[in-house]
Design a protein around this ligand. Structure first.
Ligand SMILES: Nc1ncnc2c1ncn2[C@@H]1O[C@H](COP(=O)(O)OP(=O)(O)OP(=O)(O)O)[C@@H](O)[C@H]1O
Ligand code: SF4
Ligand SMILES: [Mg+2]
Length: 349
């Protein structure tokens, strides 16, 4: 993958102020709203043509909710998702259907995301039922066989059922289905997390190869920081419904400035024993707060060893921090911390 610090292509997806609050209700007959789960609470990022944007963060920080809003499986409570400049959250009917074709999702669990009663051919070809204009009926079988070939499966398997495949093969089927409509963007939500480690690399390499072959842009979600680094051009780190730091892979992995990113990186396994000894270890105390009752100010302040009074009062914005303005170098990237400082957590080789 390219390791550029500056994203090259035109913006294809611009997400701003994205919010998803799930109402918390009480009562059986007369439901009364008593609060909200703030699953996503103001997310901003840009995806550029041809790049892979990785999104990482602990369980429950809102990654899947963002993914679902990008592919319109969930309607945002607020905010905008612009596809090539047009806010798709405002679209409906045919205009929405046309855009949805271009943004497809690959799901986490290849065991439950494929209908066990459908043949592989029907699973991969199902999107053509909704978008018959992409493949006329007579062409579909051939199209599906071509897709099986593209993802490294034998086209003769078209009449088999999901249970006849391994986990890795099933995820290839999920990817073939995601490609059926020739989308421009694929949102992959933990696409390899359910797979054996030995198979993960094969599926990541397949996605990598498909990206150049089909000129795809990826949003790649995972909680494994090493996998995200391998595939991503840029990485956004999420905490409690927000992106707290975003930058190129070098900026985030080698020059993180947000305490949460630094803590996450300090927990990544380092294979080289001497590097392991020199590595900073940051132990985070306490649990992630409930998204139904997030802390005031900075969402990370209840676990941050650098928190000060200002952190409770003032929400830090996702911008280049004050301390780095006017400076140059890889530490200069958006990080939502009032007291951002560079720290190399994982020693360079
Ligand atoms: N339909 C829903 N109703 C209420 N709360 C929800 C709903 N869907 C998600 N949530 C809550 O929103 C928060 C974010 O969930 P989400 O699934 O987006 O997290 P995630 O980062 O994908 O986590 P994981 O790494 O475990 O997949 C969680 O607290 C979750 O319990
Ligand atoms: S703003 Fe304060 S609490 Fe939040 S990460 Fe920075 S130092 Fe920690
Ligand atoms: Mg998830």
């Amino acid at each position: 993958m390219p390791q550029t610090s500056e994203p090259a292509g035109e913006p294809i997806l611009e997400v701003s102020g994205l919010v998803k609050h799930y109402p918390l209700t009480q009562g059986i007959l007369f439901k009364k709203q008593i609060g909200a789960v703030k699953a996503v609470d103001g997310v901003d990022f840009t995806l550029r043509q041809g790049e892979t944007l990785g999104i990482v963060g602990e369980s429950g920080c809102g990654k899947s909710t963002v993914a679902k809003m990008l592919v319109n499986l969930e309607r945002p409570t607020a905010g905008a998702i612009k596809y090539k400049g047009e806010d798709i959250t405002k679209l409906s009917g045919r205009a929405l259907k046309a855009v949805r074709r271009n943004i497809q999702m690959v799901f986490q669990d290849p065991y439950t995301s494929l209908n066990p009663r459908m043949t592989v051919g029907d699973i991969i070809g199902e999107p053509y039922e909704i978008h018959p204009e992409v493949a006329p009926k007579g062409d579909r079988r051939k199209r599906v066989q071509d897709l099986l070939d593209v993802v490294g499966l034998n086209p003769e398997y078209i009449n088999r059922y999901p249970h006849q495949f391994s986990g890795g093969q099933r995820q290839r089927i999920g990817i073939a289905r995601g490609l059926a409509l020739r989308p421009e963007i694929i949102v992959a939500d933990e696409p390899v997390s359910a797979l054996d480690v030995s198979v993960q690399a094969q599926v990541v390499n397949l996605l990598d190869g498909l990206q150049s072959e089909f000129d795809l842009s990826y949003v790649f979600i995972a909680h494994d920081l090493s996998i995200v680094r391998h595939i991503s051009d840029r990485v956004g780190v999420m905490y409690l419904g927000r992106v707290v730091e975003i930058g190129s892979d070098t900026e985030i992995y080698d020059h993180p400035t947000h305490p949460y990113t630094q803590a996450l990186l300090s927990a990544v396994p380092v294979p080289d024993p001497s590097a392991r000894d020199r590595r900073e270890r940051i132990i985070l105390h306490g649990d992630v707060p409930s998204p139904a009752d997030p802390p005031s100010g900075c969402p990370f302040r209840t676990r941050c060893w650098k928190a000060q009074e200002r952190c409770a009062r003032e929400v830090p914005l996702l911008v280049v921090p004050e301390a780095f303005r006017g400076a140059e170098g890889p530490a200069v990237h958006p990080s939502s911390c009032h007291f951002a400082e560079e720290m190399q957590v994982v020693p360079s080789e």
